[in-house]
Design a protein around this ligand. Structure first.
Ligand code: ACO
Length: 347
C-alpha cells in the first residue's frame, strides 16, 4: 500500500495592521455618512489605513515574521494572496520572501479577492500533498484603502488594510491543524457585482482615457450581501459533511469579515449560535485577503479559538468566488499575542 499524500497542517499564525486608526467619525468628517449608520449596518467602529508609501508587502512582511516566529519551521515556499500588489511586476511574494531572509524559496501570488485566503490555502495544501513543498508561509495581505472611491460612501466605509499569515507544514490528516477537504466555487456571470475596471488589459492606461471612477473599487452591496451569506452557508455544509461533522458539532466559524450582518446571517442559515462565529470586524473592517487570518490571530490571542475546536473557514468575494475548509484547531504559540494595534479606537 502506498503512503497517503501529506496533509497541510497549520503550524503558526501571525497578523499585522498598519498603526493609523481611522474611526467612523473620521470618515463622517469627509463624506456623507455617520458613526451610527456604519455601526448599525456593518458592525464596524474603526479600521486601519496604511500611510502613503506603505505597500502591501510591508504589511505582509510584518504578518509573515510573526507567523514564522510562531511556527519555528523552515519554510521552502512563500505564497501571498492579494489583489493590491505593490505593483504589477514584480509580484509581491518574492519581495516578501527576500525581506524575510527566505530568498531562493518558491514565491508567487494568488488572486481571488476576498476569497483569496481560502483559495490560497487550497493551493498551498496541493503543493504540500504533491511533495513540491514541505512547509509554506502563506500570507493574505491587502491595502484596499488605495482602491476606494472617496465619492462612494457605500464601499468606502467598510474596508481597511491589514495582513494575516499562517505557516503550513507537511503532516498527516489525523493530527490537529490538518486542513480538511476544500469546497471552492465561482460565478463569473456575476462579475459586475464587485469590480476595479481600470488598469488591466481591457482598459489600458496608455490607451483612450477611461472614466476616472473605473480606477476605483465599485460594488453592488446588496446583491453581494445575499450571495455572500448563501455561498458561505453552502460551503459550510459541504466541508462539514466531508469532515464527518454535523453542523451542531462545529465549535467555531471563521468567515470572511465583510459585514457583521453577513457573519450573523451565515450563523442564522446554519442554525449555529452567533457567538460561535468569530468576528473582529469592529476594529479592522473588511481587510479582503487578510480578513480570515487576522480574525484567527485575534481569536487565538483572546482565547476564543482554542486547541481541539472544530472550525469551519469560509470565504466569499468578487469574481464571484467562494470557498471553505474544515480544521480541528491546533495548539499554537502566538509570537505577538497582544496585537495591540488591532484594538478599536472607538469602543
Ligand atoms: N452612510 C450613510 N448612508 C449610506 C451609506 C453610508 N456609508 N451607504 C449607503 N447609504 C444609504 C444608501 O444611500 C441607502 O439610502 P436610501 O435608502 O435613501 O436609498 C441606504 O443607506 C441603504 O443602502 P444599501 O446600499 O441598501 O445599504 P446596505 O444595508 O445594503 O449596506 C453594505 C451596504 C454595507 C455595502 C452592504 O450591502 C454590504 O456589506 N454588502 C456586502 C459586501 C461584501 O460582501 N463584500 C465582499 C466582497 S468585496 C471584494 O471581494 C473585494
Amino acid at each position: 500500500m502506498t503512503d497517503p499524500a501529506p496533509a497541510a497542517v497549520i503550524a503558526g499564525v501571525g497578523a499585522w495592521v498598519p498603526p493609523r486608526v481611522v474611526t467612523n467619525d473620521d470618515l463622517a468628517a469627509r463624506m456623507d455618512t455617520s458613526d451610527e449608520w456604519i455601526r448599525t449596518r456593518t458592525g464596524i467602529r474603526s479600521r486601519h489605513f496604511a500611510e502613503p508609501g506603505t505597500a502591501t508587502s510591508d504589511l505582509a512582511v510584518e504578518a509573515g515574521r510573526r507567523a514564522l516566529a510562531s511556527a519555528d519551521v523552515h519554510v521552502d515556499t512563500v505564497v501571498v494572496a492579494t489583489i493590491t500588489p505593490d505593483q504589477q511586476l514584480p509580484h509581491t511574494a518574492p519581495l516578501v520572501a527576500e525581506r524575510l531572509g527566505l530568498g531562493g524559496a518558491a514565491a508567487f501570488d494568488v488572486s481571488a479577492a476576498c476569497s483569496g485566503f481560502v483559495y490560497g490555502l487550497a493551493v498551498c495544501a496541493g503543493l504540500i500533498a504533491a511533495g513540491t513543498s514541505r512547509a509554506v508561509l502563506f500570507i493574505g495581505a491587502d491595502t484596499f484603502s488605495t482602491t476606494l472611491n472617496p465619492d462612494d460612501r457605500t464601499s468606502a466605509v467598510i474596508f481597511g488594510d491589514g495582513a494575516g499569515a499562517v505557516v503550513l507544514r507537511a503532516g498527516n490528516a489525523a493530527e490537529p491543524g490538518a486542513l480538511g477537504t476544500f469546497d471552492l466555487g465561482s460565478d463569473g456571470g456575476q462579475w459586475e457585482l464587485a469590480t476595479i475596471r481600470g488598469g488591466g488589459s481591457r482598459q489600458r492606461l496608455a490607451a483612450a482615457p477611461f472614466d476616472p471612477a473605473d480606477e476605483y473599487f465599485a460594488m453592488e452591496g446588496k446583491a453581494m450581501f445575499k450571495q455572500a451569506a448563501l455561498r458561505m452557508a453552502d460551503s459550510a455544509r459541504i466541508v462539514a459533511k466531508h469532515a464527518g461533522w454535523r453542523i451542531e458539532d462545529v465549535d467555531r466559524i471563521v468567515s470572511h469579515q465583510a459585514n457583521l450582518r453577513i457573519v450573523e446571517q451565515v450563523a442564522y442559515e446554519l442554525g449555529v449560535p452567533a457567538a460561535h462565529c468569530l468576528s473582529n470586524i469592529d476594529s479592522v473592517g473588511n481587510t479582503v485577503a487578510a480578513s480570515i487570518p487576522l480574525a484567527m490571530a485575534d481569536a487565538v490571542a483572546k482565547g476564543d479559538l482554542r486547541p481541539g475546536h472544530r472550525v469551519l473557514v469560509l470565504a466569499f468575494g468578487g469574481g464571484l468566488t467562494w470557498g471553505g475548509t474544515a480544521v480541528r484547531w491546533p495548539s499554537l504559540r502566538l509570537a505577538d499575542p497582544t496585537l495591540p494595534n488591532t484594538r478599536s479606537a472607538n469602543p
